[in-house]
Design a protein around this ligand. Structure first.
Ligand SMILES: [Zn+2]
Length: 219
């Protein structure tokens, strides 16, 4: 396969936009989801939305989860991504309906896996997560949420209750025409390995993390 059009088994002129490609049942430890696969022809990314239940159009409980291989698959305690994904999947099942859009291409807030590992190496030497990206000559946050908005639009979602602590995600969705009825906190109890990282997210990236106030300062 030489290009993304080949993946779809079609010979067609260069496509643009976000195309729904497949809908497959996905039984998980959390419950039975539908895995709806999309091709983002503009960026070349394969994307997936996990849909649970009859989601309707308004006030849909959603998470836009930025891909994090180390957190989501390896149980990394550097960040809280794995626990947030777990909590989001549990929440939509408990709610009876909802969507988790898993955003590929968002590793390390959009700098890529290897650059993220480089930034983690710098953080082990004492830089914070913002300083590390800047030291590498990379943006602090390069994530784009346009594809997420287009996926929600395809699913018929007009307004959401967004599980996130990040004000930028809310702003991004609104700017792409999805209204955010509520921002639902997704607060993961910090651990020794990520408390500094979480404090940086709060202090330098404006994340809403009020639960950190209860943690005695140790670093
Ligand atoms: Zn992570």
């Amino acid at each position: 396969m030489t290009d993304n059009i080949g993946v779809l088994g079609k010979k067609a002129p260069q496509r643009t936009g976000v195309e729904r490609v497949v809908n497959a049942p996905l039984p998980t430890v959390y419950g039975k989801f539908q895995a709806i696969g999309y091709m983002d022809h503009d960026r070349g990314d394969e994307q997936v939305a996990l849909v649970y239940g009859e989601i309707g159009t308004d006030d849909v409980l959603i998470r836009l989860h930025s891909e994090c291989l180390t957190g989501d698959a390896f149980g990394s305690q550097h960040c809280e991504c794995g626990d947030q994904l777990d909590a989001a999947l549990r929440a939509v099942v408990s709610e009876g309906a909802g969507v988790v859009v898993y955003l590929r291409g968002h590793e390390g807030r959009g700098i890529g896996l290897l650059a993220k590992l480089r930034a983690m190496a710098l953080q082990a030497e004492g830089l914070d997560t913002v300083e590390a990206n800047l030291a590498l000559g990379l943006p602090v946050d390069a994530r784009d949420y346009g594809v997420a908005a287009r996926i929600l639009d395809d699913l018929g979602v007009k307004s959401v209750r967004l599980m996130s602590n990040n004000p930028r995600k809310r702003e991004a969705l609104v700017s792409h025409g999805i209204s955010v009825a509520e921002q639902v906190p997704l607060l993961i109890p910090p651990c020794e390995n990520n408390i500094t990282y979480l404090r940086t997210k709060r202090e330098r990236l404006d994340h809403h993390l009020p639960h950190l106030d209860a943690v005695v300062s140790s670093s």
